[in-house]
Design a protein around this ligand. Structure first.
Ligand code: SF4
Length: 465
């Protein structure tokens, strides 16, 4: 709690109170020794999760460690290992051993892998896998306990049915067995495992809408009521709980979703996937969803699960992870500025001052993605002499409005802005760590030792530069 308070620039007592009241969670499995603790709650800076993990087609330890490194390097506050390929235990253990950020998983995926099909999963297998992952040090797990047999008919009129992987697996199991969801029935036993190892619940929204037409329907809100009930069961067992949310939601219904979750789940942190605010842009869903994510965070969502440009189309690669995280760090920061968190705008002010002063090097250094800012600038004006130039290639020397403004101030009656005040001191900013540069909670150099190979080395060099 003291470390979290330091990172948030807050008083440790307020951290403790928020956690004790269930309004915030610190996902921190007692076996995760490399963890640098962080907090998720609407009273704290907005956080961003990145999903990584292998699939049937791509799978090796080195690649998976590189993905973790990439995600943390570009600013993921937590990482979910959603692997469904081979060597799941080995990869999960390596992720936990190396990760300074909390690691989340969906145990149901491993259950399907082991059982061979959703229908072949047994209750014992589910508990066994959850316990094993808790012992391995997983900090939070998505548990699809909120989807009940009586909810399934409510999805019949939908355009895209059940789009959550875990939700479709549990629905298939319930249909095949004619029984209630075992994760719901065995929820108290899961709570006991979580309490023993200090695992945090991320209650899965199995019935989240997969398109705008299905948003806020009866199925989604029926499950939300069950998630509220389970939140209280988790709290009764002394377990931390956050709740997952949609999905695909039109802009005019985003705030309604957040407010309803906060009411139904008594303020438990809301962890939202996007939401995408339009369905028309495959290939650009990091943008369609970052719009919804910013709105959700502004309305009180505590953590945003990133979406990459590959959403709906394929497994993301490194550049997609970079683009997705940039979009989501922007959404999170914009909401932190929009909700007037102390000091959140200082970063914006410092960058704007460097911009107006034509201090290009400082502008790059303060940028969310310094490498991208520098490379875009240098595409047209690469020379060192242009690093102090009073223009860039966008408007050109003659039409640079900031240069014209400054010249006019020198020759006319307007006051000169240059040199006024002390400038923004980011070192003294009361902002939370995630709202100060460099982006991300850990510079590449602070990461624990990684597998030695070209990809990671190249990434570190780029980061150091
Ligand atoms: S040329 Fe245009 S874009 Fe470039 S610094 Fe001047 S005002 Fe800004």
């Amino acid at each position: 709690m003291e470390r979290v308070a330091e990172r948030e620039n807050r008083d440790p007592d307020s951290v403790r109170e928020q956690v004790a009241d269930g309004q915030a969670v610190i996902p921190a499995n007692r076996h995760h020794e490399s963890l640098d603790p962080m907090i998720i709650g609407r009273e704290f800076a907005t956080k961003v999760n990145a999903n990584i993990g292998n699939s049937e087609t791509t799978s090796d330890l080195e690649t998976e460690l590189e993905k973790l490194h990439t995600a943390v390097h570009y600013g993921a506050d937590t990482v979910m290992d959603l692997g469904t390929g081979s060597d799941l235990d080995e990869i999960r253990e390596a992720h936990i051993a190396h990760s300074p950020v909390p690691i989340g998983t969906v145990p149901l995926y491993e259950a399907v892998k082991q059982a061979g099909s959703p229908e072949a999963i047994t209750k014992d297998l589910l508990l066994e896998i959850i316990e094993k992952q808790a012992e391995q040090g997983v900090d939070y797990m998505t548990i699809h306990a909120g989807i009940l047999a009586e909810h399934l008919p409510l999805t019949d009129g939908r355009k895209t049915g059940i789009v959550s992987r875990g939700g479709s697996i549990m629905a298939s199991w319930m249909e095949a067995h004619g029984e209630q969801n075992p994760l719901y029935q065995d929820f108290p036993e899961i709570c006991e495992i979580f309490a023993e190892h200090d695992v945090t619940f991320s209650l899965g929204d199995s019935l989240r809408p997969g398109c705008l037409a299905d948003a806020c329907d009866e199925a989604q809100y029926a499950e939300l009521d069950t998630l509220g009930e389970l939140t209280r069961v988790g709290w009764d067992h002394g377990v931390q709980v956050m709740v997952e949310g949609p999905g695909h939601v039109p802009m005019h219904k985003v705030a309604e979703n957040v407010e309803r979750q906060q009411e139904v789940c008594d303020g438990a942190p809301f962890y939202v996937l996007g939401p995408l605010v339009t369905d028309i842009a495959p290939g650009y869903d990091h943008i369609t969803s970052a719009i919804g994510a910013a709105m959700a965070a502004q309305a009180g969502a505590a953590m945003l699960c990133y979406v990459t440009p590959k959403e709906h189309l394929g497994l993301p690669e490194e550049e997609d992870v970079r683009d997705g995280l940039a979009a989501y760090r922007i959404a999170a920061h914009a909401a932190d500025v929009g909700t007037e968190r102390p000091g959140a705008r200082d970063w914006d002010d410092a960058l704007s001052e460097a911009r107006y002063a034509f201090d290009w090097r400082e502008q790059f250094a303060l940028a969310l993605d310094p490498d991208r800012a520098r490379s875009f600038h240098d595409q047209t004006l690469p020379g060192d002499n242009y690093k102090e130039a009073r223009f860039c290639s966008m408007c050109g020397a003659e039409f640079c409005s900031m240069r014209i403004d400054q010249d006019a101030r020198e020759t006319g009656d307007m006051d000169s802005l240059e040199g006024e005040g002390e400038g923004t001191d980011l070192e003294a900013s009361p902002a939370a760590e995630v709202n100060r540069p460099p982006v991300g909670t850990h510079a590449a150099g602070d990461l624990p030792p990684m597998a030695d190979h070209e990809g990671v080395d190249a990434l570190e060099e780029a980061g150091d530069d």
